[in-house]
Design a protein around this ligand. Structure first.
Ligand code: AHR
Length: 502
């Protein structure tokens, strides 16, 4: 098959945030995963796990969404500020019925983002919170002047305000975030967002409206209609900067999702078919958004995505802890290629969730840490961040799979960074066949190529006993000639190439 690349045609810009992550007060994501507290035996800096933060820096985490998820619409931020011993203890009713001691709150979140060097995305509470509560949170975080909330922040030890880059006005308000109708939520959005203020010359906070559950296109169109109905606020004036979309790959069904580690080839291809459905979800939601915003000023944020499997045996069902195999890596690779291709509209993606929950990049157990195959995909794709998408297409792909569970055997995306280096990410989802790809540039010559590969059996995974079973390795299986490159992709593999042209 052939991969045609037009190196002269830059399409959209791939925002770094497309490679973003999501962290919720759920299971061992925050507590034990990201945060262990200052007094822990586990090496930490101001309570944040050193090993985890260091590993996350390697994949250049661009943005971290917090505190949920479902948790966000029940979170009352004032419970998580002030002296830790005085913070309220409560039951995390959504997730596992365990005690939430609020020791990780607003100050700790900004400390974590500072350590990661990433942008901030705070999700507000519409489901059970008031406009005043939301507005005071924004004041607490961002106001640099005389005000009750700014004073409170200072009393709690933070003189200067922080930067909130993105603010979510509710989460999944069609379901766990209040079971609202689109009409009701749309009006709530108009109301609540008014008080997400941009104080004294701060960088404007990007306001995110709750979009659909995947392919619930009616929600998208109804919410957009209510939001932009008379008297309609101008799209360009900070009324709505983004619309969120959530989509999970559930291999079988919600009652019996299927195991993360033990699955059939059929279930592997089902996951692939469901992963590439993301393309249709984005395309159709984009069309609806374009009716109101043809210039694509409002971003689409796929701020929850990933595989959702059955929990690992013997673990708390409310903790959503699952292993992560080459199958998950392929889902991640296909999804990230799709995001790149839609980077004219998709400006953020947040994998659910960053550590120990659903399709994580990292798993921890006490002081041990393991990098999952999905981690390596994010590492291999990191060069796409902040690059420009190049026009490219594959010729000669075939569908592979079993019965109706099929997808194209190879998927790809190509970008060029500010130094002119081209990144090609190619995934061969076929679990049996090698695929040879002839890469063809329009007229530039190839000066230098370097590559890495991730491969394995579809159900290979990294465990605490065998942490490097699936790992990124150098890739040299290519022949280089003038403006062409021949690449051999082994079965179930993902390749990232960095190409210098002349
Ligand atoms: O990521 C787990 C949960 O999935 C989130 O809390 C919620 O937003 C979604 O339903």
């Amino acid at each position: 098959m052939k991969l045609h690349i037009n190196e002269n045609r830059k399409l959209s810009h791939i925002e770094p945030e497309v490679y973003g992550h999501f962290s919720e007060h759920l299971g061992r994501c925050i507590y034990g995963g990201l945060y262990v507290g200052e007094n822990s035996q586990i090496k930490n800096e101001n309570g944040m796990r050193k090993d985890v933060v260091d590993a996350l820096k390697e994949i250049k985490v661009p943005v971290l969404r917090w505190p949920g998820g479902n948790f966000a619409d029940e979170y009352h931020w004032m419970d998580g500020i002030g002296p830790k011993e005085k913070r309220k203890k409560m039951i995390n009713t959504h997730w596992g019925g365990v005690i939430e001691d609020n020791s990780f709150g607003t100050h700790e979140y900004f400390e974590l983002c500072k350590q990661l060097g990433c942008k901030t995305y705070v999700n507000g509470n519409v489901g059970s919170g008031t406009v005043r509560e939301m507005s005071e949170w924004v004041e607490y975080m961002t106001f640099d002047g005389v005000s009750p909330m700014a004073e409170l922040r200072k009393e709690n030890g933070h003189e200067k305000p922080w930067t909130v880059d993105y603010f979510g006005v509710g989460n999944e308000n069609w379901g766990c975030g209040g079971n609202m109708t689109a009409d009701y939520y749309g009006n709530k959005y108009r109301n609540y967002q008014t008080y997400v203020r941009c104080y004294n010359g701060n960088k404007p906070i990007k306001k995110i409206c709750c979009g659909p559950n995947a392919d619930d296109y009616k929600w998208t169109s109804d919410v957009m209609e209510v939001c932009f109905r008379h008297p309609a606020p101008a799209v360009a004036h900070g009324f709505m900067d983004g619309l969120s979309v959530h989509y999970y790959v559930v291999v079988n069904n919600w009652e019996h999702k299927g195991s993360a580690k033990e699955f059939s080839t059929e279930e592997y291809y089902r996951a692939m078919r469901k992963a590439v459905y993301m393309d249709e979800i984005i395309t159709r939601n984009d069309h609806i958004m374009s009716e109101y915003d043809p210039e694509k000023k409002i971003a689409m944020l796929v701020d929850e995505w990933g595989c959702w499997h059955d929990v690992e045996e013997g673990t708390n069902p409310g903790f959503l802890y699952q292993q992560n195999s080459m199958r998950d890596a392929q889902v991640a690779g296909a999804t990230l290629n799709i995001f790149n291709k839609h980077s004219d509209r998709v400006k953020m993606g947040c994998l659910a969730q960053i550590v120990n929950v659903l399709q994580s990049v990292i798993l921890t157990e006490d002081d041990k840490m393991v990098l999952t195959p999905t981690y390596h995909v994010f590492h291999m794709f990191r060069h796409h961040q902040d690059a420009n998408l190049l026009e490219s297409y594959l010729e000669g792909t075939e569908r592979v799979g079993i019965g109706e569970d099929t997808a194209e055997n190879v998927n790809e995306s190509v970008s060029v960074d500010k130094d002119g280096i081209v990144t090609v990410t190619l995934n061969n989802i076929d679990v049996e066949k090698e695929n040879i790809v002839d890469i063809d540039f329009r007229n530039s010559l190839i000066e230098k190529v370097a590559g890495t590969i991730l491969f394995g059996k579809m159900d290979d995974y990294n465990s605490f006993e065998n942490p490097s079973k699936v790992t990124e390795r150098d890739f040299e299986s290519f022949e280089n000639g003038e403006n062409k490159l021949k690449v051999a992709l082994p079965p179930c593999s993902m390749v990232s190439l960095r190409i210098k042209l002349s």
